[in-house]
Design a protein around this ligand. Structure first.
Ligand code: AMP
Length: 407
């Protein structure tokens, strides 16, 4: 079973071809700068196998259609491609950012699903149109095989209304679906499943707090395997401090900036999404740069680290309260997997909650799932690398196999 995973953005298409018998990655790559004068395709075939090969080309890539054609051509390339023809691909799995309230699980794509994703464009105006571009083109190129949409929001559709309703006039929810949705669901679900497996428990028997700290950051409270609260909201802006996104702020700041600085809403929205977070505080959005600057005595870099890790700690405490009993905390994504300083600071002082970090284990270089708690810690602490492409491929295969079994 070969599964092609597509993550189509506004000017890029990330792709991965997996053999789902062995779960080996056959090829992984990205088509970038679609629509610009010079585009780029980069692909690594058989990554990590010792026989890997890199393809790196620059050429004009006018449209997503042309970009997807290039993906097909690279995978089938006579010199070093990984399949003989596109017919060897069995399923295409698409990442879709916003599934609104309609999608609680992955879904085989048909015209009605495309209409529903289109209806959700107002909720994710930057992401859903780009995701749709990838879907439309892939359906044209691979008309005979099932295509599955895997939604970032779906895992969080189990969140109860008291956690997803904003304290705003209720008509805004009724008429415009203004509510909290949450994102990164595929990642939270994946690491939760891996954590249960590593603990030798059923996911439906355990409570977890999963902490996804990458360029985007979010935390999820998981009760008996189901998401019951998460930090990202109606859009991927609420909650934790991110690379360039503010996370929680006083909503009255909008009015203040409008009245006192004459900023219009578009400007404020761009500022909160692209110029805030770690970058807003210290000028760097990559945590490695922030550590380097802090080590040189840069006070703003130190402050950015303090602000982010304080917010992390505050939400961990909140989610321990939400869940009552927590079996494990799971760190994942670029910062969560690699940054022992952020982990250490986010957990500092939480010993009274039963969270005890083993500092030696925490400082080791971690590439595989690793426990970081002390022998006496009541709550386990894990680092579990996320793998959203594998998660999308597994979900897609699972869905199509279930549908075949029911026939
Ligand atoms: P992601 O969105 O999961 O790809 O994470 C990207 C972010 O992870 C980068 O912007 C960095 O801030 C952070 N990151 C990646 N590698 C490291 C590392 N070795 N140490 C600290 N932070 C890292």
């Amino acid at each position: 079973m070969k599964t092609l995973v597509i993550n189509s953005g506004s000017s890029s298409i990330k792709f991965q071809l997996l053999d789902m018998v062995s779960e080996a990655v056959l090829a992984t790559g990205i088509v970038e700068r679609i629509g610009e004068p010079v585009g780029k395709i980069a692909c690594t075939v058989h990554p990590g196998s010792g026989q890997e090969r890199n393809i790196d080309r620059e050429e004009r890539i006018a449209t997503h259609h042309q970009g997807m054609m290039l993906v097909g051509a690279v995978l089938c390339d006579r010199d070093g491609g990984v399949i003989r023809s596109n017919k060897e691909i069995d399923i295409v799995g698409h990442r879709v950012v916003h599934g609104g309230e309609q999608f609680q699980r992955p879904t085989v794509i048909d015209d009605a699903v495309i209409d529903a994703i289109t209806e959700n464009i107002p909720l994710a105006p930057l992401h859903n149109p780009a995701n749709l571009d990838g879907i439309v083109v892939a359906r044209q190129l691979f008309p005979a095989i099932p295509q599955v949409a895997v939604f970032d929001t779906a895992f969080h559709q189990t969140i109860p209304d008291w956690a997803y309703i904003y304290a705003l006039p209720y008509e805004l929810y009724e008429q415009h679906r203004v509510r909290r949705y949450g994102f990164h669901g595929t990642s939270h679900k994946f690491v939760a499943g891996e954590c249960a497996r590593l603990m030798g428990k059923k996911l439906s028997d355990i409570n977890l707090v999963t902490i996804h700290l990458g360029n985007g950051c979010s935390m999820t409270a998981i009760e008996n395997g189901r998401s019951v609260d998460t930090t990202l909201g109606m859009t991927p802006l609420e909650g934790l401090v991110m690379g360039t996104r503010s996370g929680d702020i006083d909503p009255a700041i909008h009015a203040f900036l409008y009245r006192n600085k004459g900023m219009d809403l578009e400007r404020i929205d761009a500022m909160l999404n692209k110029e805030s977070g770690l970058k807003g505080i210290c000028g760097f959005n990559d945590m490695r740069d922030i550590h380097a600057a802090a080590a040189q005595g840069d006070e703003r870099a130190r402050l950015a680290l303090d602000v982010q890790t304080y917010r992390n700690k505050k939400y961990i405490g909140a989610y321990v309260a939400v869940l009552g009993r927590v079996d494990a905390l799971v760190f994942t994504a670029g910062i969560g997997e690699n940054d022992f300083i952020v982990r250490e600071r986010s957990l500092r002082g939480l010993e009274s909650l039963g969270i005890e970090l083993d500092h030696d284990r925490n400082r080791c270089r971690i590439k595989v799932p690793t426990p970081l708690h002390t022998e006496t810690s009541r709550i386990q602490i894990w680092v579990i690398p996320t793998n959203e492409e594998l998660a999308i491929a597994r979900e897609s295969i699972g869905l199509v196999s279930d549908a075949a079994d029911q026939r």
